[in-house]
Design a protein around this ligand. Structure first.
Ligand code: C5P
Length: 214
């Protein structure tokens, strides 16, 4: 079974997907981590974010995701890819066609013959248009920025509230206006606005949908 969870940055997708995967005994695939891993490689190697240079990098780059961990060229990079700088790079790099083709293929392969929950931007529209369940999780941009800000502080990263809000707005624009697989609610996805909801409520709501229809 495939459960697709899409939505904009900071809506709480990955927290919800992680909790849900534990409760349902499904595997979790964090597709954003894959784009972040590529962004990290470009960033530390000073590779210019242009289509041809990134295409070249792709040829000698291996990304993998297993046991809730993201691997870049066989190295676990989970703790290195969550900064705001990498978020910005990831949003730019993920607009390139060959990057998307390679990551989508990887996601389909990893999910093959398994019960999985994937979260991202294009799972319900592109990666698994026939997913058993599709959810589109969103929240007001201010709420998403505030959550992201709290998350950064909790993780020990200094952050500025206004900058975080601006970055989220820019990522929303980048992700939803790009040519290939823009962020978009699939027509048949269930919309959940979490602006006034606690994480546990969201998890319960999704579980009710999944459980209620099986
Ligand atoms: O979800 P997360 O914030 O970790 O994703 C980082 C970036 O990767 C997003 O801003 C988006 O540009 C890109 N992304 C994507 N498609 C996905 C998942 C993430 O384009 N399925």
């Amino acid at each position: 079974m495939i459960i697709a969870i899409d939505g904009p940055s900071g809506a709480g997708k990955s927290t919800v997907a992680r909790l849900l995967s534990r409760e349902l005994g499904f595997e979790y695939i964090d597709t954003g981590a894959m784009y972040r891993a590529l962004a990290y490689k470009a960033y530390i190697n000073n590779i210019e974010v242009k289509e041809d240079t990134i295409d070249e990098m792709l040829e000698t780059t291996e990304v993998d995701y297993s046991d809730n961990k993201i691997f870049l060229d066989k190295m676990n990079v989970e703790s290195l890819i969550r900064s705001e700088e990498i978020s910005k790079y990831a949003s730019k790099i993920s607009a390139f066609k060959n990057v998307r083709t390679k990551m989508v293929e990887l996601q389909r392969n990893i999910a093959k013959n398994k019960n999985v929950i994937l979260d991202g931007r294009d799972i319900g529209t592109k990666v698994f248009p026939d997913a058993d369940f599709k959810f589109f999780i969103t929240a007001s941009v201010e709420t998403r920025a505030e959550r992201r800000y709290e998350q950064l502080l909790a993780g020990g990263t200094a952050a500025d509230r206004d900058n975080v809000l601006e970055d989220i707005k820019k990522r929303d624009i980048n992700d939803s206006t790009r040519e290939f697989s823009p962020l978009k609610k699939a027509d048949d996805a269930i919309l959940i606005d979490t602006t006034h909801m606690e994480i546990n409520e969201v998890v319960r709501k999704i579980k009710d949908f999944v459980g209620g229809q099986n």
